[in-house]
Design a binder for this molecule. Structure first.
Ligand SMILES: [Zn+2]
Ligand SMILES: [Zn+2]
Length: 398
């Protein structure tokens, strides 16, 4: 009986996603054409919440003290578990939606809107929420929302991310973000160079030292940075330089080891050039994703139900990172990847930004919305599955 009710609900919700697909694609393209950076996603949050409201979800805006965050709830017929579907909608500087968050946004929102439109009230105990999470690229929005209590009471969480292939489970790396500055002394670069202390030389030395350190790092670690301040004018010995780095590894412990070595490189560069250095690490550490194979398997079965193929990992790419990692360390969470481009298109590239508004992106968005909605329904309708996901979470370390 319960199985029938679940199956009927799944069919109705799948059909609702198909009915909403044109509107969802239009919003996806609007977000794509209006790239908004971390914590400034006003228009995207506006379009998504309007859509959720229109289809019957109860929307709260500005949750967790973040103006561009939101939460949309579809209630069930009695008290029960809360399942969250996360939506991201921020863009990258200069290269726009090169991470395809317009697809994440409309897949998550589409899942919630379709559930609300098809069912009104869930024919099960519990509730399903769409949580709009700003600032994935550089702002750790989900960590801020967790600290503000937005995920309190959430039993399990999920989202999808676009990629050049579909994989229900794929690891991500932890990150420690650091800023490194060097302070020297300004002087005329031609008539008094020996009176100056060159902070740009220290910065170049840091990059060289890090490149030498790299040879002794584990192959899955990543150290990469940019110079954000390299001096003011060629005829002044630079007195102040600044840079930003991400230190990434599959474990938090190895991220901390990278930080220790980074600080030594910075100190060495400062000593060699007579500068002073200040290394400031971001107090928010991005955690690697903790797997939940129970939920990943449910998601995979729902992809099968809607006939969307899963791809073998071709091993061609390394791993990225996500603030969803921190959510996954706090509660059972999945972050499957859905194909929105052909094989081999790197994320954060101009090519990927183009694919994020292609027919392939529409297909991925529709499949993502369906599989998210159906998996959320599984977890509210089948308490034993949610319990299995929680048991796995309690049993494993990520
Ligand atoms: Zn990204
Ligand atoms: Zn992303």
């Amino acid at each position: 009986m319960a199985a029938d009710a679940l199956d009927q609900a799944k069919t109705k919700v799948t059909e609702a996603v198909d009915r909403l697909a044109d509107d969802l694609e239009a919003i996806s393209h609007q977000i794509h054409a209006t790239p908004e950076l971390c914590f400034h996603e006003e228009q995207a949050a506006g379009w998504l919440t309007m859509f959720l409201e229109k289809h019957g979800a109860r929307v709260e805006r500005g949750v967790g003290g973040l103006p561009t965050a939101f939460r949309a709830t579809v209630e069930g017929q009695a008290a029960g578990p809360t399942i969250a579907i996360m939506a991201e909608y921020d863009a990258l500087p200069n290269i726009g939606h090169a991470c395809g968050h317009n697809v994440i946004a409309t897949a998550g929102t589409g899942a919630g809107a379709a559930i609300a439109a098809a069912l009104g009230t869930l024919p099960f105990a519990g509730r399903i929420q769409v949580i709009g999470t700003p600032a994935e690229e550089g702002g750790a929005g989900k960590v801020r929302l967790m600290e503000a209590g937005v995920f309190k009471g959430v039993d399990a969480a999920m989202m999808i991310h676009g990629r050049c292939g579909t994989q229900v489970w794929r690891p991500t790396l932890g990150i420690i973000k650091v800023k490194c500055e060097f302070f020297g002394r300004a002087s005329h670069a031609s008539s008094w160079p020996w009176s100056g202390v060159n902070a740009l030389n220290a910065m170049i030395q840091l990059f060289v030292s890090l490149d030498q350190m790299r040879q002794q790092l584990r192959p899955d670690a990543r150290v990469h940075g940019i110079i954000t301040m390299g001096g003011d004018q060629a005829n002044i010995i630079p007195e102040h330089t600044a840079s930003e780095f991400y230190l990434r590894a599959p474990t938090k412990d190895y991220c901390k080891e990278l930080l220790r070595r980074f600080e030594a490189c910075a100190q060495g560069a400062a000593t060699a050039t007579g500068c002073r250095t200040v290394v400031t690490s971001d107090p928010i550490i991005h955690d690697p994703l903790k797997a939940n194979f129970t939920m990943a398997e449910l998601f995979g079965k729902n992809l099968e139900r809607i006939d969307f193929p899963v791809d073998p990992d071709d091993g061609e790419a390394g791993y990225g990172s996500t603030d969803c990692g921190n959510v996954s360390q706090a509660l059972p969470t999945i972050h499957p990847y859905i194909r929105i481009s052909p094989d081999g298109i790197p994320g954060h590239s101009r090519e990927f930004a183009e694919w994020a508004k292609s027919p392939l992106a529409r297909a991925g968005m529709v499949a993502g919305a369906k599989a998210l909605a159906l998996t959320a329904l599984d977890l509210v309708a089948r308490p034993e599955e949610l319990q299995r996901a929680k048991d796995e979470f309690a049993r494993t370390r990520g």
